[in-house]
Design a protein around this ligand. Structure first.
Ligand code: SF4
Length: 720
């Protein structure tokens, strides 16, 4: 038996795993006791990884060779790799030459490895000259990115997992960590048991499993988070619970914020949020007066039309009370995907550049152009996820390359996304699983490797970089994501810049060597930046294990906690308060659509179920989709458990069994995000066949982060 250390490919906790294999097949998996993210523990998903990797069912679901269809109505036919890459090159080069570089777009994934991400980013921005590259991380973390940058000056989560045990007050908001980040939640349970004085506040529209352990549960109305945070600050000011000394020494902009929150009176806030003044006051007091307050937050804050405001308003509380830069304190965004952080680090979003540089900054563009050896990086902002599919639906983007993500299920407003995929003249889907709904829209399908087969690095929520390692060979003709991008880039270079030296000097014959060369280039791009990892080689990761950034040349270990000196990465070294007024959700309940639909994860499923859906035991927790409603709402509509209902938004309708659930508030409805076409059918408002909850969700997005409001839509529920 062979043992290979790697990292779990599911959530942003980033647990270390040891893969057992016979050299050809993965036979087992267990937690890595030496990995600082989990110390050997694994949740249900992580501990069944081997069963989803090597079962006959899983292998039947894999894409094992390139496939092409000449007509959209044809069944895809096998194509040799060379011919597949020639075809992709031909189509993309012609589109670029005839319609300009912005006529193509790349939509990639927070599940790619950092090396994959780096190459795709360089391919789009460096070689082709378009910033039309975005990722499903836009749907996951872009509001957290914008919130950190707006207030603290850099996209750097300042806390670490170890802070959980040092915290005296935990403020968990918009996160069901018990299900979405289970191994981190075990730490919270341990810390609580070891420290009975710890207070836990949970704010969430649903009484989740996480809320079940709260000392104070705030069942806030969907979208009322900024109201809550501003109201807490109002009380802190009134009661003298802020830290005037810290504010004066380390921040700017407090006067403007103070003037703003004057109107957030306890009565107004309590009424809008749907909580009591007493609970609001308790929350403000515990947050401000504990020795160390740690906020943990996730998609409830991010997937919102005011996502940046929610993130910034929460960080304001930490700055106003000096709950940052010390053990057990700070704002700590939990990453949804395993490598959304790595993608941010290489600048793999339409508005970013390598190493946390900004596309809008001419100096940053010049630095990246010099690093890549190109004349320039275009200044025109690229299309973000929602904008990219809208542009394809409008005919502006003509060729799309989609890698390791499934927009035909996971993007909001599915009717628009599917129109985009149908209208695009050429769609490449680079994917491991043939069952991903997006495959049905591909002109060219390229088989990619996945967990257990890949090599590279990922970064988890606490800025910790871990190795992902190959345990078994690629099945069929599948290739590594970064290598596919490099091979395509080599062919495209011959068309776009003939006779010039390659921008992609990485061997694809030796995966480890090639990926390490990419890593070293990325590493060098971080020199002098806030995430400087020039001291972190693959050799160090091998000998010393996973490390947190920054880790500049000359350092031996990374930094567990940021801003301990009160100096922030802003021009004047001070953090900035951001004054954001509360805005309601993009859609509000009204007489025709009287329910607030919220969405979320299940404990044992992952994204669109391409991997977890192959394993029967992972349906033991929740076997089938449902819309959960408060028992009183069920009764008023004459519904019994299991009755089929139409759930309808302005964009579509799905048919699903109703389920009474007291964890859901009155006039609210909850649905899990995972169920796709095999489980949940419906149609668009114009009758087109659609599936899954995203037939209903809205693509309205935060004006700053452009992250769509997947967490809220107004719906009606009628008996079918
Ligand atoms: Fe994997 Fe997340 Fe579970 Fe850890 S907590 S085993 S990273 S799914």
């Amino acid at each position: 038996m062979q043992e290979t250390k790697s990292t779990c490919p599911y959530c942003g906790v980033g647990c270390g795993v040891i893969i057992e294999s016979d050299g050809a097949q993965i036979t087992g998996v267990r937690g890595d006791p030496t990995h600082p993210a989990n110390f050997g523990r694994l949740c249900t998903k992580g501990s069944t990884l081997h069963l989803t990797a090597s079962s006959p069912i899983t292998l039947q679901t894999r894409l094992l060779q390139p496939l092409h269809r000449a007509q959209r109505s044809d069944a895809p036919q096998p194509l040799p790799w060379d011919a597949a890459l020639n075809l992709a090159t031909e189509k993309f080069a012609n589109t670029i030459q005839n319609h300009g570089p912005d006529a193509v777009g790349f939509y990639v994934s927070g599940q790619l490895l950092t090396e994959d991400y780096y190459v795709f980013n360089k391919l789009a921005k460096g070689l082709i000259g378009t910033n039309n590259i975005d990722t499903n991380s836009r749907l996951c973390m872009s509001s957290a990115v914008a919130g950190y940058k707006q207030t603290l000056g850099a996209d750097a989560p300042p806390a670490c997992y170890d802070d959980v045990k040092h915290a005296q007050c935990l403020f968990i908001v918009g996160s069901n960590a018990a299900w979405a980040h289970p191994i981190l939640f075990r730490r919270i349970e341990d810390a609580r048991a070891a420290n009975p004085g710890m207070r836990v506040i949970v704010a969430d529209p649903r009484r989740t499993d996480t809320a079940g352990m709260a000392d104070l549960f705030l069942p806030i109305q969907p979208g009322s988070d900024v109201m809550l945070f501003n109201g807490m600050l109002h009380l802190m000011l009134w009661e003298g619970w802020t830290d005037a000394e810290y504010i004066a020494a380390h921040t700017t902009g407090f006067d403007e914020l103070k003037a703003l929150v004057r109107d957030y009176t306890p009565e107004r806030v309590a009424q809008t949020c749907g909580i009591s003044v007493a609970d609001l006051t308790t929350a403000a007091k515990w947050f401000a007066q504990s020795k160390a307050t740690l906020s943990l937050y996730c998609q409830g804050l991010n997937q919102s039309s005011s996502g940046t405001a929610k993130n910034a308003a929460l960080i304001n509380l930490h700055l106003a009370t000096a709950q940052i830069g010390k053990p057990g304190a700070g704002p700590f965004s939990l990453t949804g995907q395993p490598n959304a952080m790595g993608g941010r680090e290489v600048g793999g979003l339409a508005n970013l550049l390598s190493a946390h540089r900004d596309l809008a900054n001419p100096q940053h563009r010049a630095e990246v152009a010099a690093l890549w050896g190109v004349a320039d990086v275009p200044s025109k902002p690229g299309k973000t996820a929602v904008e990219m599919f809208q542009a394809a639906a409008d005919g502006e983007i003509r060729a799309l390359w989609i890698a390791c993500t499934n927009p035909a299920q996971s993007m909001p407003d599915q009717a628009t996304v599917r129109r985009a995929l149908q209208r695009a003249e050429f769609v490449v889907v680079q994917e491991a699983f043939a069952t991903a709904a997006t495959c049905a829209y591909a002109d060219l399908l390229l088989p990619a490797t996945t967990w257990g087969e890949k090599t590279g690095t990922v970064t988890n929520s606490e800025r910790r970089i871990s190795r992902v390692r190959t345990a078994v060979p690629a099945p069929g003709l599948a290739r590594h994501d970064w290598a596919i991008a490099v091979q395509f880039a080599h062919q495209l270079e011959a068309r776009l810049r003939p006779g010039q030296p390659t921008l992609f000097p990485y061997t694809t014959d030796d995966a480890d060597q090639g990926a390490e060369t990419v890593w070293n280039e990325h590493r060098e791009s971080t020199r002098g930046r806030d995430l400087d990892i020039t001291g972190l080689s693959w050799e160090t990761l091998e000998s010393a294990g996973p490390q947190q950034w920054p880790l500049p040349e000359g350092s031996t270990t990374g930094k567990a906690r940021l801003y301990e000196d009160g100096v922030f990465p802003t021009p004047d070294g001070r953090a900035r308060f951001a004054a954001h007024a509360w805005q309601p959700t993009a859609e509000q309940r009204e007489s025709r659509y009287p329910f607030s639909l919220t969405t979320g994860r299940l404990r044992d499923q992952w994204h669109g179920m391409t991997r977890t859906g192959t394993l029967g035991r992972l349906f033991g927790h929740v076997a089938e989709p449902s819309v959960q409603l408060h028992p009183q709402d069920m009764e008023r509509r004459g519904l019994k458990n299991g009755d089929l209902v139409y759930v309808t938004s302005k964009r579509g309708t799905i048919v699903v069994p109703a389920q009474a659930d007291t964890t859901v508030g009155l006039s609210q409805a909850f649905m899990a995000m995972h169920w796709g076409s095999e489980f949940l059918s419906g149609c668009s408002s114009t009758g087109e066949r659609l599936a899954g909850v995203n037939a209903l969700t809205t693509s309205a997005y935060c004006p700053t982060s452009k992250q769509p409001e997947l967490k809220h839509a107004a719906v009606k529920v009628l008996k079918a």
